[in-house]
Design a protein. Structure first.
Length: 70
């Protein structure tokens, strides 16, 4: 993405506090082809796929594959 190069960002993974974990920021990072590591408040909803819809974080059933670092 052009923005990434213009800003001189070379990182592939972004680490930040939940304060910055807005949907707009997460989508921007994703569009830039980067990964992120952050914390989310336990009352948040998330979606693991477009087909799956939104669920509470506590309801996620993690598989071994999802637990692997990509």
């Amino acid at each position: 993405m052009r923005q990434k190069k213009e800003k001189g960002i070379k990182a592939k993974i972004i680490l930040f506090d939940s304060w910055y974990a807005s949907v707009d920021n997460l989508k921007l990072i994703h569009r830039m082809g980067m990964q992120f590591v952050t914390t989310l408040k336990e009352n948040r909803l998330t979606s693991l796929s477009k087909e799956g819809g939104y669920i509470h974080l506590q309801e996620i059933k993690w598989t071994e594959e999802q637990m692997q670092y990509a």
